[in-house]
Write a protein that binds this ligand. Structure first.
Ligand SMILES: [Zn+2]
Length: 317
């Protein structure tokens, strides 16, 4: 079985102009995979549009119609200048959700080895009732909801290594014990969106099923990976997930213009190996990853290349 690579030209039509979250991000990924000869080893999948009822699993009708109306009315932004919008934004956002759900299903049913979704707009900041931080609908949260509600998975792990805290994802699941949200991100005192402190651990039935691990600006590979191995990994093993989802943002890279960590490809290689090994150990190999942030085109494309190489490789050594 192959690794599936989901992408579609519609994502390029979410036109954000010179905003850092722009279509060149996906172009650079595609070019890199092609020039390195990796694309031909993958099952390239076009994905599909999500239905409204799929988006409504977590989002309000108000948000959905707001995105649709703004997109079709020629508006340039939605709510804040963070959320740049164009005529195809609504369709691209619906398609991102649909592709992620299709990938989640394919991996669940073992129709592919694993999957990476090169989608945009990204999703992990999107809340139930509002868009924020370049995100409109929360792709990864909808995947976790689909897997637990419709597919019967009991312990879904969402590992979010984007440099920004996945506030939206956390809020959807913080009172639940069937989805473990784990986020490593830059200290919220110095980084958007200002949430994700280590004392945010979930509540009610979900107490202990949110794990926030903020790290200080300037931190490099060795220190970051040491924190992962000592503070994070034991919790992942203890949770014993039956499905592993990755919110894969590559903006913690040292070349990224939007944050201040000093990581290199080494960290993303190591994290990907660890999460793939975890999935092999506890989840029958079920692992699916989707793109969040990452704004330096060289760093982004190089990190995605390494990430997918590990997904499609037979060996983890
Ligand atoms: Zn980010």
């Amino acid at each position: 079985m192959k690794t599936s690579f989901y992408t579609n030209p519609i994502y390029l039509e979410h036109d954000t102009g010179s905003h850092p979250e722009n279509a060149n991000r996906l172009r650079s990924i595609q070019e890199k995979l092609q020039s390195e000869g990796l694309l031909e080893k993958l099952e390239v999948c076009p994905g599909r549009l999500a239905t409204l009822s799929e988006v409504k699993m977590l989002h309000t009708e108000k948000l959905i119609s707001e995105v649709e109306f703004a997109s079709h009315s020629g508006a340039k932004i939605l709510r804040t200048s963070d959320c740049v919008i164009s005529s195809q934004t609504y369709n691209a956002a619906l398609h991102a959700v649909g592709s992620v759900l299709e990938a989640a299903l394919e991996v669940a049913e073992r129709k592919c080895e694993n999957a990476f979704c090169a989608v945009r707009p990204p999703g992990h900041h999107a809340e139930q009732n509002f868009a924020m931080g370049f995100c409109f609908f929360n792709n990864i949260a909808l995947a976790a909801e689909f897997l637990t509600r419709k597919m019967g998975f009991k312990r879904v792990l969402i590992f979010d290594f984007d440099v920004h805290h996945g506030n939206g994802t956390q809020h959807f699941f913080e009172e639940r014990s069937d989805v473990f949200f784990v986020s490593m991100h830059q200290d919220p005192r110095s980084c958007y969106p200002g949430t994700g402190f280590s004392n945010e651990k979930g509540s009610s039935n979900g107490l202990g099923y949110t794990l926030n691990v903020p790290v200080l600006p300037g931190i490099g590979d060795e220190e970051y990976l040491n924190i992962f191995h000592t503070l994070v990994k034991p919790n992942l093993l203890e949770f014993n997930p039956d499905y592993v989802l990755i919110s894969a943002g590559f903006d913690a890279h040292r070349d990224d213009p939007l944050a201040s960590l000093e990581l290199t490809e080494k960290t993303f290689v190591e994290l990907t190996k660890e999460l793939k090994m975890l999935a092999q150990k506890t989840s029958g190999g079920r692992i699916m990853s989707l793109l969040e942030g990452g704004y330096d085109l060289n760093a982004l494309s190089s990190c995605v290349l390494e990430h997918i190489k590990i997904f499609q490789s037979d060996s983890l050594c």
